[in-house]
Design a protein around this ligand. Structure first.
Ligand SMILES: [Zn+2]
Ligand SMILES: [Zn+2]
Length: 302
């Protein structure tokens, strides 16, 4: 039984090499990716607007009018760095191919060119007519099958899948961090201004400054709650090596030992280092190749 399973896995890896060569994967990761979905584009725009709004209030309403230059510079630099990291993570999540399977390749001619051995089977997606690897799911918004698809997130206007999950995790982490930071700065600002005089506290008139800070406070609470939940869900998914889409469909996968740590290294790209939390750093191609297997199914059998 076990030897049969091993044999199947070997056959699947053999097929994988033919379907997704390193050259085609390199091509896929280099290609420009942007989902033209109206709702997603509006949500992504709102995300950017809210982050830039928070940056504006923190910089121009709270820090620049501050009497302490050191307080303003240190907090200004830190907050802006976190905002840049959050927006970069957002852009990389949105513009990275999440792991789309080549479209329309499930043709009789292509399958016969793979020279399948007797007993080897491939699964075909009827919606995008592609050969579907194991753990790939079809996304109706992207109109593609996505490898290790977690979910489609309108806030990043993209699917979260094998190739961009790290950027999505970083996006939720940095948004949670700047939200916490904005909350702390807002409370400190209120505390300072109530003790002194609001007119000396900001370059804006007191009612405008109060409204801007209250809106920032509410936005930060909302963002913090949302991203903290999302971040913990993602880490839980990575540690258990089970995507949300699989959990919803109740798919059972064979899990080996040390799944938690190996899965973290697969998603974040190699041994722990500062690269893990650097959204400017790309993913290593090696992980894309080793983490795919094909799924056995009824559509094409020899
Ligand atoms: Zn599909
Ligand atoms: Zn999608």
């Amino acid at each position: 039984m076990q030897s049969q399973r091993l044999c199947d896995e070997e056959q699947q890896h053999h097929l994988l090499e033919q379907v997704s060569s390193p050259a085609s994967l390199r091509e896929a990761t280099a290609r420009v990716w942007f989902i033209q979905d109206g709702c997603g584009m509006v949500c992504a725009f709102i995300t950017w607007f809210l982050v830039l709004y928070a940056d504006f209030v923190v910089t121009f309403v709270m820090l620049l009018p501050s009497k302490s230059v050191a307080y303003a510079v240190v907090n200004g630099v830190l907050f802006n760095c976190l905002a840049v990291l959050a927006l970069t993570s957002h852009l990389r999540t949105m513009l990275t191919d999440p792991g789309a399977v080549p479209k329309g390749n499930a043709t009789k001619e292509y399958v016969s060119s793979l020279q399948l051995k007797p007993g080897e089977v491939l699964y075909k997606c009827p919606k995008c007519c592609s050969i579907k690897p194991q753990r790939a799911h079809h996304c109706s918004i992207c109109k593609r099958c996505i490898r290790k698809m977690d979910h489609h997130c309108p806030w990043v206007n993209n699917c979260v899948g094998e190739n961009n999950q790290r950027f999505f995790v970083l996006f939720t982490m940095y948004i949670a961090m700047i939200s916490t930071y904005a909350l702390v700065l807002s409370v400190l600002q209120f505390y300072t201004c109530v003790r002194t005089d609001w007119s000396e506290c900001s370059d804006f008139s007191p009612p405008v400054a109060v409204l801007l800070i209250i809106f920032l406070f509410l936005e930060a609470i909302l963002f913090l709650t949302f991203t903290a939940v999302m971040f913990s869900t993602q880490i839980q998914s990575i540690c258990s090596d089970e995507m949300v889409a699989e959990r919803l469909k109740n798919e059972k996968l064979k899990k080996g030992r040390r799944v938690r740590w190996d899965s973290m290294k697969t998603v974040f790209g190699g041994q722990p280092s500062l690269l893990w939390i650097n959204p400017f750093a790309g993913l290593r191609l090696r992980k894309l190749i080793t983490s795919q297997t094909l799924r056995a199914g009824p559509e094409f059998s020899v």
